[in-house]
Structure formats: structure tokens, C-alpha cells
Design a protein around this ligand. Structure first.
Ligand SMILES: Nc1ncnc2c1ncn2[C@@H]1O[C@H](COP(=O)(O)OP(=O)(O)OP(=O)(O)O)[C@@H](O)[C@H]1O
Length: 281
């Protein structure tokens, strides 16, 4: 199987001397990851879990302290232009030129990336109700986010990384945008997407996989349909072999795969919010 995103023992530490004397804090902790081509991965975790940092390391924008990442088969630290042209990224804080209009942003991009489809991008902007004639510094935060996403999608990338792209969008725009992510494709090959969000109900509708991150570590990386079908929570006073995670909360709870635990048969399925809560306690 080909993997669009790979990480091996990816770690990152920062010197936080101002905060903690000479302490070094580990923001990413030995992350191993293999995301199959065509997967739509929801990246989920509490504030400060390391989601944005992981995306930046994957893209080669931040250099890891240890380990390595690969995108579309190439090491992130040395991506060729050919692979860069197949990537789309929208940062959590939109990275726009304040004096340029949305349309000018698109034209600038078309000049650099031969694969930009102006007509499709303009159609997506219209669908999202984004005024392309307005300067970026005159756009609301939600509209700036929409523009960042329209730009990230404009060249029909094979791999799309979106860092909280819908946080400031109203519910109607969010729904339209989530649909657009997966339907706007000129090529037949499926697009791989890594999207972080705290809006779990939006993610639940569109993802094929979920990556739960806690304090820079991968807690769980699962196919979402499988997780809903088979992951269950059973009471347990202490960690047990075969359990995927043990939480001390509520008298002790163990996350298990019900195929391995007959006693989990009567337990209800877990939503993304249940899992996030369980994995963080
Ligand atoms: N340049 C830096 N120097 C020191 N610490 C940093 C730096 N960048 C990030 N961190 C720390 O790394 C941790 C992870 O931050 P990150 O922004 O990746 O989290 P996140 O999961 O994206 O959070 P949120 O959901 O709030 O966006 C935080 O504790 C943050 O303070």
C-alpha cells in the first residue's frame, strides 16, 4: 500500500527557558504514522496537543529534533518542486497578503503553479459566498479562512493539510466547505486530506480515519467506521492487557476492541467526543 504521509519516531522539543528555567519541553514525542493514499484523516486533540506543530513538521516548515517525515514518498526536509506542487496547506492563521484582493491572490498563485484552475476556484469562492474583489485586510476572519482554503485547493492538490480550517466559519459555509473538499477534484486519483478541528461533529461526517493526539503522542490512529463498530468502553479499576487505553475517571474505564472482549458486547458505541474525552483522562 502506498502512503501519502509517513512519520517515523518524529519528535520535537523546544527550549522553554523563559518559562521553566532550563526545561526542554517535548511537543512531539516519537510519532509513528502511515496514512494511506486517499484517506481523509481527522486530527483531533485538546489545545496544545501538538496538531499544528505536527502539520508544520510534516510539511518541512519546522525541523524535528529527531526522526523523519515523508510526504508523497519524499522526505519532508527536502521536498522537490514536483511534490510541493501536489501539496495544499492552509495554516490555522490565514497567511495572506493584506493589500491584495482574493482575486489577486488567485492570479498570483496561478502565475506560480501551472495547475491552478481559476474558474473552479472562483466557482468555489462564489459557493462559499466569499467576496473575491475585497482586499484581504478588509475581510472578516471567517472570509479570510475561506480564502486560505480556496487558495489551498486551487491547484487541485493530491495531499491537503488543513489546520482548523472551519473554526471561524458559520455552519452553512462549514457544510458546503466540507463537501467541496471531497467533491472538487479534476483528477480521478483520490485526494489525501489531513484536517484538524475541534468541531468533531463536522469531522465525524467526512473522515475515513481519526488520529487522536495527546501531549505530542499518538494515542490512537483508527479507521473511523471500524472504531464506531468495534471500540467499546468497559469498567476496569486498573489497566489490563489488551486494553487500548485505561482512564482513571469514573471509577476506571478501559477502551477495548469488542472482538477481543466478549464482556463489551452490551456496551454502546462511542462517538468522537466520547473517545477524545476518554483518551484525555
Ligand atoms: N515556537 C515554539 N516555542 C515553544 N513552544 C512552542 C512553540 N510552538 C509551539 N509550542 C508549544 O507546542 C505545544 C503544541 O502547540 P500546537 O500549536 O502544535 O498545539 P495544537 O494542538 O495545534 O493546539 P490548538 O488546538 O490550541 O491549536 C504547545 O504547548 C505550544 O505552547
Amino acid at each position: 500500500m502506498t502512503h501519502a504521509i509517513e512519520a517515523r519516531q518524529l519528535s520535537l522539543s523546544f527550549n522553554n527557558e523563559a518559562d521553566w528555567g532550563a526545561a526542554r519541553s517535548r511537543v512531539l514525542d516519537r510519532i509513528d504514522l502511515a496514512v494511506p493514499e486517499g484517506a481523509v484523516v481527522g486530527l483531533v486533540g485538546r489545545n496544545g496537543a501538538g496538531k499544528s506543530t505536527l502539520m508544520r513538521c510534516l510539511l518541512g516548515l519546522t525541523t524535528p529534533s529527531e526522526g523523519e517525515a515523508r510526504l508523497l514518498g519524499e522526505p519532508s526536509r527536502a521536498l522537490t518542486d514536483a511534490v510541493r506542487e501536489r501539496l495544499g496547506y492552509a495554516a490555522q492563521t490565514p497567511d495572506l497578503f493584506p493589500r491584495l484582493t482574493g482575486r489577486e491572490h488567485l492570479q498570483e498563485m496561478a502565475a506560480v503553479y501551472p495547475g491552478v484552475h481559476l474558474r473552479d476556484a472562483i466557482a468555489l469562492a462564489a459557493r462559499l459566498d466569499l467576496p473575491l474583489g475585497r482586499r484581504a485586510d478588509a475581510l472578516s476572519l471567517g472570509d479570510q479562512q475561506k480564502l486560505a482554503v480556496v487558495l489551498a485547493l486551487a491547484h487541485d492538490p493530491d495531499l491537503l493539510l488543513l489546520d482548523e480550517p472551519v473554526a471561524s466559519l458559520d455552519p452553512i459555509s462549514r457544510r458546503d466547505f466540507m463537501r467541496a473538499l471531497f467533491t472538487l477534484r479534476r483528477r480521478v486519483e483520490p485526494r489525501t486530506v489531513l484536517v484538524s478541528s475541534h468541531l468533531l461533529s463536522d469531522l465525524e461526517r467526512v473522515v475515513s480515519h481519526v488520529l487522536f493526539l495527546r501531549e505530542g503522542r499518538v494515542q490512537l490512529f483508527v479507521e473511523w467506521d471500524e472504531a464506531m463498530e468495534h471500540l467499546r468502553c468497559v469498567p476496569a479499576e486498573q489497566p489490563e492487557p489488551g486494553g487500548l487505553h485505561w482512564s482513571a475517571a469514573q471509577g476506571g474505564r478501559l477502551l477495548v476492541d469488542r472482538r477481543q472482549r466478549p464482556d463489551a458486547a452490551g456496551q454502546p458505541g462511542l462517538g468522537m467526543e466520547d473517545l477524545l474525552e476518554l483518551l484525555n483522562t
